[in-house]
Design a protein around this ligand. Sequence first.
Ligand SMILES: Nc1ncnc2c1ncn2[C@@H]1O[C@H](COP(=O)(O)OP(=O)(O)OP(=O)(O)O)[C@@H](O)[C@H]1O
Ligand SMILES: [Mg+2]
Length: 314
Amino acid sequence: MSKKELIVVGELNVDLILNNIDGFPKIGTEIIADDMNLTLGSSSAIMAANAAAMGVNTSFCGKIGKDMFGDIVLKELNAKQVSTNYISTSETHQTGITIVMNYDEDRANVTYCGAMELLTIDDIPWEELTEFKHFHLSNFFIQKGIRKDITLIFKKAKEAGLTTSLDLQWDPENQWDFNYEECLPYVDVFMPNEAEIKALTGTSSIEEALEKVTPYANTIALKMGAKGSIGIKEGTKLEITSFSNPNHVDSIGAGDSFNSGFIKQYIAGKSLEECLSHGNLMGALNTTAPGGTGAFKNPEEIKQKVKSIFNVAI
Ligand SMILES: Nc1ncnc2c1ncn2[C@@H]1O[C@H](COP(=O)(O)OP(=O)(O)OP(=O)(O)O)[C@@H](O)[C@H]1O
Ligand SMILES: [Mg+2]
């Protein structure tokens, strides 16, 4: 087996996805979903599963409960060739779950966090971290046990010799209590989307938001949905347009798949432009199948799909 490459630290939950619903439900009423899926959820797990499907040697560090949802999480990660050695089980809390209501291209989520909140800095396998090349952490705000030590975690990962990346994701409490000035110097690639970077910096435009964050960030990979992505590194700004997807199914996990594609190239030492472009390609591929992992099986199938759908050779 090749050397361990990527360790993803993050939240674990299943997604119960309700599709084809007729508008969003109102209090005191009931509506019908014509389709339902129970899958591996969580931003971090989707990122890890898809990186592994792309051929990156990937391990996961997280926490689940002693229940059937926890079993599903482990089974799905193992099936995707993600090592689950660093996943621990809580005695007190159940596995997290997100109920996703899909309506056209938009969605509403409700999350029960459960065991994911108990993951702390002490659960990270610091002794074995030097075996890895890259450290990725996602969904900062909903991991209460991780939040308080975020700067120390990234500092220690850098000291262990790894490159690092962070996807904050949305803050469900809308407080945006993340000290980017202190933490981002230890983050090699900061990976927000447009809404997140604006909310984090309290600004109303991307330009203003980037101006605030850039002095502290090494590389920024900004996700812009169907518009593509922007990269900023050492004063250079790159805008890379997205791949047009003729068969849009849903956008769940597009940002995580972007992260997987970007980080795969980053670990391989590719240029920022190549990383962004591959992130865009994997984000677009994500939208061709249901949920966050449906489009990602193995490197061979991914190669065939991007050739047939986007006419791109990888
Ligand atoms: N409809 C689309 N068509 C083509 N590419 C897309 C589409 N939606 C997303 N992408 C690609 O995926 C990338 C990531 O998507 P997005 O910007 O939605 O991330 P995100 O907001 O972090 O998503 P998530 O909700 O999964 O966290 C985009 O930068 C783009 O390259
Ligand atoms: Mg995202």
